[in-house]
Design a protein around this ligand. Structure first.
Ligand code: IMP
Ligand code: MG
Length: 180
């Protein structure tokens, strides 16, 4: 699965970022996290489903072992944000008092992450950091800081590398951008 252009459901997407470029940015992010948190026994909380590939590559690129606990908070259906967040799999009690790194595939409006930040705060963690592989500053509506960013991107719909368009497109190892 390495074509220059792909079709997911009813839409065509073109190549945006290759696997090699992705892994280069993942390694840089992993180095930043290792520098900040090695020896601090952080807990990584990646979001299902989109962040599963990023978390997998990040885990392999970090130079220390750590605990990982997936969470699931969903705000999306189709290609537009609904503004509402559903809580399917909450933060583990194990986050209490620990250094937490929330791992996201993408921060778009920021609504989902803002909700997650409120949820994690209830567990009184020692600190909370955010690692998001992609960030769309042009649609961002909140004001939290993203500590680690793989790539800042224009306000277009992206698929591949864990990200979906209506449940499909996640398995591509490269990232693709909507053509219209
Ligand atoms: P936010 O709440 O608007 O920041 O949206 C966050 C969630 O929307 C992400 O975790 C993704 O699941 C989804 N999302 C936002 N933009 C895209 C995109 O371009 N492609 C695929 N999913 C996206
Ligand atoms: Mg997501």
């Amino acid at each position: 699965m390495n074509d220059k252009s792909i079709v997911v459901n009813d839409k065509r997407f073109k190549l945006f970022m290759t696997e090699a470029e992705i892994l280069h940015e993942v390694q840089r992010v992993a180095d930043e996290i290792s520098r900040d948190l090695k020896g601090e026994n952080p807990i990584f909380c990646p979001t299902l489903t989109g962040a599963f590939m990023f978390m997998s590559d990040l885990a392999k690129a970090l130079d220390f072992d750590a605990m990982v606990q997936f969470v699931k908070f969903a705000s999306y259906s189709g290609m537009a944000s609904t503004g509402k967040v559903r809580n399917d799999l909450i933060f583990s009690e194990k986050c209490r008092g620990r250094h937490v790194v929330i791992v996201e595939d993408i921060v778009d409006t920021g609504i989902t992450m803002d909700y997650m930040l409120q949820e994690i705060a209830k567990l009184e963690p020692a600190s909370v950091r955010i690692a998001s592989f992609l960030f769309k500053p042009d649609s961002f509506r909140k004001n939290f800081k993203i500590d680690y960013i793989g790539r800042t991107i224009p306000n277009h719909f992206i698929v591949g590398y864990g990200l979906d368009y209506d449940d499909y497109g996640r398995f591509y190892r490269d990232l693709y951008i909507s053509e219209q």
